[in-house]
Design a binder for this molecule. Structure first.
Ligand code: AMP
Length: 419
């Protein structure tokens, strides 16, 4: 095959028809389950103001410092959204969603963009589904968000997962911990990676998330944040664990789990799959009680998660879980001659109006080739029509799976097909 002249950008892939059926099945499942949780869908633009993402996620995060696709047009700065928490919060503030009353329980599905080095399970355009609950500081909200996340994987049969949780506390607890962490790292400051050195003053917590080899020995025996939680933070964390136990969700506590964005407070969690290899994080999230205010809204506690859809589909493949139906069509009209072709074109809408999927040849192929095509399209039935059939008003109705044929009027065929 000739090399294509135009190709997709690095790390961006086409989702082709055989794949889209899987995606649709997954999206349907997410919507059905979201409805059960009384979550409502929100859709925001693909592009946001660069300042929102920088402010929301934090200047020193990997995403902002290395991975955003940003450009300007006139005086406006655009960024392709790398995640959806900050955009949802922007929308919440801009559209005064708090005035709808109660907590806002929102979910989303859509593409995100990060200029990472592509590898299996890591793309530059990828898809996430997620939930954001705004307006509640109750641990019930944390646990509902986690329950929804787990529910999607359980429903699909991806059960071999580990839920890791941690509390990174409120600002008071975190300030105390930051001091302790800095005091611990100080004697070895010179041995830290360049990136960690940069983060040391402004955001030492991010050092715990470092992937640099030279940082690892220091991270492994660092003080743990859970020893520095104040009463309020401790109490919230205990409730989250209590409710998780009540709903039967197993978890592992990981005191070094910090997550990739600066907006997190209190609860942080990640769902890991041993079936994914290097990129083993299926989903992650946590509380972000300060973000709404940071972006210009009233103080509003909030909690959410985001899950990678490509990674979920990879896990399904690894586990032999099939998603979505095979390609198929209910009826294929096979025609011989112009009059039959005209009849066929006029009957397609009737079949569809009766609730059946229906198609015919668009390429002027021979009858034999049309039958082959009907098989390839995985048609349940074929209606075979030529001049004789048209004269008699009786058509060959073939059950393709059983290889059985009968001669029927079009109304009889509709009757057989049922509704
Ligand atoms: P994050 O928004 O970084 O917390 O990521 C949430 C989830 O999105 C991760 O656990 C992954 O499953 C998925 N994800 C993040 N970045 C990528 C990427 N570049 N390619 C594919 N999936 C990703």
């Amino acid at each position: 095959m000739a090399q294509a002249k135009y190709t997709t950008h690095l790390g961006m892939v086409d989702i082709l028809p055989d794949e889209t059926r899987k995606w649709q099945a997954l999206e349907n499942l997410i919507r059905t389950e979201a409805e059960k949780f009384n979550f409502e869908e929100i859709r925001t633009p693909i592009m946001e103001q660069t300042e929102l993402i920088v402010r929301g996620l934090g200047q020193l995060t990997d995403i902002v410092s290395k991975e955003i696709f940003a450009f300007s047009r006139g005086d406006d700065n655009y960024v392709l959204r790398p995640e959806l928490t900050a955009p949802v919060v922007r929308s919440y503030v801009e559209n005064h969603l708090d005035q709808r009353g109660g907590s806002q329980k929102l979910y989303y599905i859509g593409p995100m963009f990060r200029a990472e080095r592509p590898q299996k399970g890591r793309q530059r355009q990828f898809h996430q589904f997620g939930v954001e609950v705004l307006g509640s500081d109750d641990a019930v909200a944390d646990v509902e968000v986690i329950s929804f996340m787990i529910q999607i994987y359980n429903k699909l049969g991806i059960k071999n997962t580990t839920l890791k949780i941690n509390s990174i506390g409120d600002p008071e607890s975190r300030d105390k911990y930051k001091e302790a962490l800095k005091a611990y790292l100080k004697p070895n400051f010179d041995k830290l990676s360049e990136l960690s050195k940069k983060r040391y003053e402004k955001n030492p917590l991010r050092i715990l998330d470092s992937k640099e080899e030279e940082d690892k020995p220091f991270i492994e025996s660092a003080p743990v944040i859970t020893d520095y939680l104040n009463e309020a933070s401790k109490s919230h964390y205990s409730k989250v664990k209590e409710y998780l136990t009540d709903v039967g969700i197993l978890f592992e506590e990981d005191p070094y789990l910090v997550r990739g964005m600066d907006y997190y407070t209190q609860t942080a969690f990640e769902l890991i799959s041993p079936d994914l290899g290097a990129q083993d994080a299926l989903a992650g999230g946590g509380r972000y009680d300060l973000l709404v205010e940071e972006i210009g809204g009233q103080p509003t506690p909030a909690v959410g998660f985001a899950a990678g859809m490509e990674r979920l589909l990879i896990a399904c493949d690894e586990l032999g879980i099939t998603l979505g139906d095979e390609k198929s069509v209910d009826v294929y009209i096979v025609t011989l001659g112009d009059a039959a072709r005209r009849w066929g074109v006029s009957k397609l809408p009737e079949l569809r109006a009766n609730g059946h999927s229906a198609t015919m040849d668009y390429m002027g192929r021979s009858m034999k080739a049309q039958m082959k095509d009907a098989n390839r399209e995985n048609a349940s039935y074929a209606i075979i029509v030529g001049d004789n059939e048209l004269n008699e008003g009786k058509f060959t109705f073939r059950n393709m799976k059983e290889s059985e044929e009968s001669s029927l009027s079009f109304d009889e065929i509709l009757g057989k097909l049922g509704n």
